[in-house]
Design a protein around this ligand. Structure first.
Ligand code: FDA
Length: 417
């Protein structure tokens, strides 16, 4: 079968030539590669503008990442989406697309489809029901007859011949005036992530900003501290995390392998190997005053007992494990309380690494924005080629910013294709 994995390129070419001789290529205006958030949005917009569009995906269904996003409820946007919430070698690149298709625009579409939603934190919007409503909405926005879908289809070649693109696929040959690369980043290969957009862009002369896993849990190396930390798996506390020049205030979650939770996921996108995480386990509090006061209030209690008024018991025990349990608060010297307070507010960790693409919500880096128009996502090297969504070197914070980039960049490209 043509869909057999590992199908030889030469064999495919010979077969393809035969097919081509018998069946002329399907001719469309636009071929969108990737039926994820960005690809579906772009296809809908272009179909509504009267273009004939074909959307390819090697998965058997559209929007698999949307379906699992936001714990199944899809955090589909953040009302506050602004350029400062995005990482890119060119921080200005996102401005135009975000300004022209805003979170409010997307919410209007969601409302038009009668999808109920709520704020989780201010501005962070989720479906009340299920993420499938978002996929259904995006599919419903694609006018039948204008937009066709080729699921379970593998692309074996994308070539630019004169003013058209020729696509060889396991569903036959296609010709298109424009091609939109929308296959996303490398995160979660088991959902269908691939380097397809990077590879095609590279072959057409685009450069790539090196990629790394983003919004991903940290892994700690071995050693006594890391071993002791494993006993904290499941403990969650409010925290403030400093990484490079950024600070994130949100929950920290101890895991069997290291550290996770929203604050750490955010930090991971800014972290590079060897980087230090500065962790404040009592943001906005004053651990030293609390401990000094505790020594007055509960002189006969153990240090861990007093600290567990402030922090989860297991964490309090971990932070005080060097102190004899029989030593009462009354016997704790100032120096020790100061040292403990310092650790609570300025704990420093150098993670061994991250859980990588298998567990990452996004991929940092990607197709360099230098050769793309920020107005319509069009390639400056190959007319008619567009790149949208996560495949571009644009990575949003946690909180709905990545989907907003997918929607905004898709709408920008739809205006240019
Ligand atoms: P996306 O990954 O959505 O789509 C790419 C499509 O291309 C896929 O359908 C894939 O099968 C297809 N494809 C790949 N290679 C191909 C090939 N070679 N041939 C054909 N098709 C190919 N963001 C957010 O804002 N709010 C949230 O709640 C979440 N939650 C979340 C949870 C989890 C677990 C993950 C992994 C990610 C999130 N995200 C998120 C991030 C968000 O899902 C992501 O940024 C967008 O889906 C990116 O949209 P794209 O359309 O660019 O890629």
């Amino acid at each position: 079968s043509l869909r057999r994995p590992g199908f030889l390129r030469g064999a495919w070419s010979r077969r393809h030539t035969l097919v081509k001789a018998a069946t002329p290529p399907h001719s469309v205006d636009v071929a969108v590669i990737g039926a994820g958030a960005a690809g579906l949005m772009a296809a809908g917009r272009m179909g509504q503008a009267g273009l004939r569009v074909v959307v390819f995906d090697h998965n058997d269904e559209p929007g698999r990442k949307i379906l699992i996003s936001g714990g199944g409820r899809c955090n589909f946007t953040h009302l506050d989406a602004a350029p400062r919430h995005y990482l890119s070698a060119n921080p200005h690149f996102v401005k135009s697309a975000l300004a022209r298709y805003t979170p409010a625009d997307f919410v209007r579409m969601v409302d038009r489809h009668h999808i109920a939603w709520h704020h989780k934190s201010p501005g962070q919007l989720f479906c009340d029901g299920s993420a499938r409503q978002i996929v259904n909405m995006l599919m419903a926005e694609c006018p039948a007859g204008q937009v066709t879908f080729q699921f379970g289809t593998r692309l074996t070649a994308v070539d630019h011949c004169e003013d058209r693109f020729c696509l060889a696929t396991t569903a036959g040959a296609f010709e298109a005036r424009s091609v939109v690369l929308a296959t996303g980043g490398l995160s979660i290969p088991k959902l269908g992530a691939s380097s397809f957009s990077y590879d095609v862009a590279k072959r057409f002369g685009h450069s790539l900003v090196p990629t790394r896993a983003g919004l991903v849990p940290f892994v700690l190396s071995g050693g006594p501290e890391a071993d002791a930390l494993r006993d904290l798996a499941g403990v969650s506390v409010p925290s403030r995390i400093k990484v490079a020049k950024e600070t994130f205030s949100d929950a920290l979650l101890f895991t069997h392998r290291g550290l996770s939770g929203p604050a750490l996921l955010q930090a991971s996108s800014y972290w590079t190997h060897g980087g230090i995480l500065g962790i404040d386990l009592l943001p906005g509090g004053d651990a030293l005053s609390f401990l000094t006061d505790g020594r007055r209030r509960r002189p006969r209690a153990a240090l861990a007992t007093v600290l567990s008024e402030l922090l989860p018991q297991r964490l309090a025990r971990f932070l005080t494990h060097e102190v004899e349990e029989t030593e009462t608060m009354a016997n704790q010297p100032d120096r020790r309380l100061r040292g403990l307070a310092e650790r609570i507010h300025r704990w420093q960790i150098v993670p061994a690494g991250t859980e990588g693409y298998a567990k990452a919500e996004v991929t940092c880096g990607g197709i360099d924005t230098r050769d793309l128009s920020s107005q319509n996502m069009g390639s400056r090297r190959v007319p008619g080629l567009f790149v949208i969504g996560e495949a571009v070197d644009v990575t949003g914070w946690l909180g709905g910013y990545n989907f907003q980039w997918a929607w905004s960049s898709a709408v920008a490209a739809a205006g240019g294709a």
